[in-house]
Design a protein around this ligand. Structure first.
Ligand code: BES
Ligand code: MN
Ligand code: ZN
Length: 472
């Protein structure tokens, strides 16, 4: 167990243009050809087969053979609708030679270009003997016309923390280390922190968190911190903190287990979102709840066919020990719901079915509240932080029926797995004014402009805006 890991980033944003700054011209195939560049530049581009396609960089040299500037391809404005297009700055962060740079003229969607530049420069090299950031050198960029550089950095830093937490393997990010990371974050912002650990979970009535996590050598726990003024609207974030998911006695195959250090991706993402909210001092009474467990196998592991009594009182028949996320979330959601908050948001790497439906890059979300759902969809598009609403399809609730308990944790046919998981959770939220559930992947399997392969911040830049605008 170690303390909060530190991320490296080769990219930084400058408040002012540096004295030795070199220009970057943003081009498209059309603007490259339309006459603003001298013939020497066009000849150099042609010699390099450089066409100015989105994401392509061409460095320019002076007569001494020193790099004097660069051309960087962006999406044409009319094709700029895709989230990838507006986050193209992420590629620039990885391609630029070390040193100081500035964007010549104005960038479209300058804020997104800037945040993607920082997101794209993220490097997880905590376990590398030769840190590649040093080999490659760092890049600093000045972009004119940014309205709030502190806000841009806030979003990027919080996202980097989220990615660090996910990337750190379970050997250094078990329930105890996740607690320490949350405690460090809470302390840094003056939040009030508690954790209910091990058998105290039984005494304080969190039976399902205990049952799922008790087979691990590292005790299960419920992380709980609150921040802000008691008189402000209550916003509670709940994150699935399964630090490793073997599947339990319904053990996963090797291929399905390989990535399961990321099963605390929901917790990592709500911690990133909490960091944004606290750092910006949004006028809310924030609470963060994270059931942190390892779904392990041992003689005392919970079993298929066991019947658990939840904190809420409903009994739950265990149809599959690999559907553990909804169990630990149910007890945490019940606690969240007990103080009638204005908003509960939960995030969880809950189902493989969500990936079958929408793939790794487009997390589904669920809410009964039309206005909230519309706002989430709007901000997901505006921030290029994709999220897609799926239905809490009430008729499917019957699939969760149990012959011996109040509810089963799985359905028998497995259809609509992300929907039925969401419906399971909905049984434990009754008093909150608005509830939103986000079934995220928490991982980037194929490099994108603003995300390298590894742990992923998903939806939290969008949700930060939703919260910011809801409580102005
Ligand atoms: N953590 C997994 C879900 C998961 C799997 C997310 C792969 C992302 C990628 C979760 O605990 C799980 O195992 N869910 C099962 C539920 C099933 C047993 C009803 C699943 O999705 O297969
Ligand atoms: Mn599982
Ligand atoms: Zn899981």
């Amino acid at each position: 167990m170690t303390s909060l890991p530190l991320s490296a980033n080769r990219a930084a944003l400058l408040d002012q243009q540096a004295a030795d700054s070199r220009p970057i011209w943003l081009v498209t195939p059309e603007t490259l050809a339309n006459g603003q560049f001298p013939q020497t530049v066009l000849n150099w581009a042609a010699a390099n087969a450089y066409k100015g396609k989105a994401g392509q960089l061409l460095t320019l040299a002076n007569e001494q053979g020193q790099i004097s500037g660069a051309l960087f391809g962006i999406e044409p404005a009319d094709k700029d609708k895709s989230s990838e297009g507006r986050l193209i700055g992420g590629k620039l962060a990885r391609l630029l030679p070390a040193g100081n740079w500035h964007i010549e003229g104005k960038a479209d969607h300058a804020e997104l270009f800037a945040v993607s530049f920082l997101l794209g420069g993220y490097q997880f090299n905590r376990y590398k003997k030769d840190a590649s950031a040093e080999e490659q050198g760092s890049v600093s960029l000045y972009i004119s016309g940014l309205s709030d550089l502190a806000e841009t950095r806030r979003l990027a830093d919080a996202s980097a923390m989220t990615r660090d937490l996910i990337n750190t393997p379970t050997s250094d990010m078990g329930p105890d280390a996740l607690e320490l990371a949350a405690r460090n974050l809470a302390t840094a912002y003056g939040a009030k922190f508690t954790a209910v650990i091990g058998d105290d979970l039984l005494k304080q009535n969190f039976p399902m968190i205990h049952a799922v996590g008790r087979a691990s050598d590292t005790a299960p726990r419920l992380i709980d911190f609150t921040w802000g003024k008691d008189s402000d609207p209550k916003v509670t974030l709940v994150g699935k903190g399964v630090c490793f998911d073997t599947g339990g006695l319904d053990i996963k195959a090797a291929s399905g287990m390989l990535l399961m250090k990321k099963d605390m991706g929901g917790a990592a993402n709500v911690l990133g979102l909490a960091r944004m909210i606290m750092d910006a001092k949004l006028p809310v009474r924030l609470r963060v709840l994270i059931p942190a467990v390892e779904n392990s196998i041992s003689g005392n592991a919970f079993r298929p066919s066991d019947i658990l009594t939840s904190r809420e009182g409903q009994t739950v028949e265990i149809g599959n020990t690999d559907a553990e996320g909804r169990l630990v979330l149910a007890d945490a959601l019940t606690l969240a719901d007990e103080e009638n908050p204005d908003l509960i948001i939960d995030m969880a790497t809950l189902t493989g079915a969500a990936r079958v439906a929408l793939g790794p890059d487009l997390p589904p979300f669920y809410s009964h509240d039309e206005a909230f759902a519309a706002k989430v969809a709007e901000q997901a598009a505006a921030q290029s932080d994709p999220l897609w609403r799926m239905p809490l399809w009430a008729p499917y609730e019957a699939k969760l029926a149990s012959k011996v308990a109040d509810i089963n944790n799985v359905t028998t046919d497995g259809f609509a797995g992300s929907v039925t998981a969401a419906l399971f959770l909905s049984r434990f939220v009754k008093n909150a004014k608005v509830w939103g559930h986000f079934d995220i992947y928490g991982w980037t399997p194929v490099e994108k402009s603003a995300a390298t392969v590894g742990g992923a911040a998903q939806g939290i830049r969008a949700l930060y805006q939703v919260i910011k605008q809801r409580y102005v």
